[in-house]
Design a protein around this ligand. Sequence first.
Ligand SMILES: Nc1ncnc2c1ncn2[C@@H]1O[C@H](COP(=O)(O)OP(=O)(O)O)[C@@H](O)[C@H]1O
Ligand SMILES: [Mg+2]
Length: 144
Amino acid sequence: MNYNNEMMMKFKGIPENERFARASTAIFISPLNPTLSELNDIKTAVSEAVTNAIIHGYENNPGEVFMGCTIKSNTVYIKIEDKGKGIENIEKAMSPLYTTKPDLGRSGLGFTVMESFMDKINVSSEIGKGTIVEMTKTIQNEST
Ligand SMILES: Nc1ncnc2c1ncn2[C@@H]1O[C@H](COP(=O)(O)OP(=O)(O)O)[C@@H](O)[C@H]1O
Ligand SMILES: [Mg+2]
């Protein structure tokens, strides 16, 4: 199926919007007929990235979270951006079990989950400017 589409949204970085981001992503990619497993993988990855923007990027001072999604044929591209505090060492931040908020009961596995559930992930960040997480997944479902 040669289906192309794109969207871009902006929402306030508060926990209530994690569900909104997950649900709207699910609806947006539904024309690709993802399997339940593909759908859950993408929703979970979005959830982790949006949660990070909210709790790490903005900490207790909610700012704007930008989420874009592009569909090109069977491939989904997702970009989640915050203009919060940024990440000092991306490689370290992405390593399994690394967290700067163990006090909040964080597992340090958010990036590990994004990496394993999506085909590709790229993180760019600048201290004091914010963080951009880009993720890609190709939907295998043959009925599309
Ligand atoms: N959007 C972000 N802005 C600032 N720091 C971030 C962001 N996303 C992740 N980080 C940093 O990377 C670490 C690891 O993230 P993650 O793997 O999701 O684990 P957790 O969220 O459980 O700490 C976080 O503890 C935080 O220090
Ligand atoms: Mg996290």
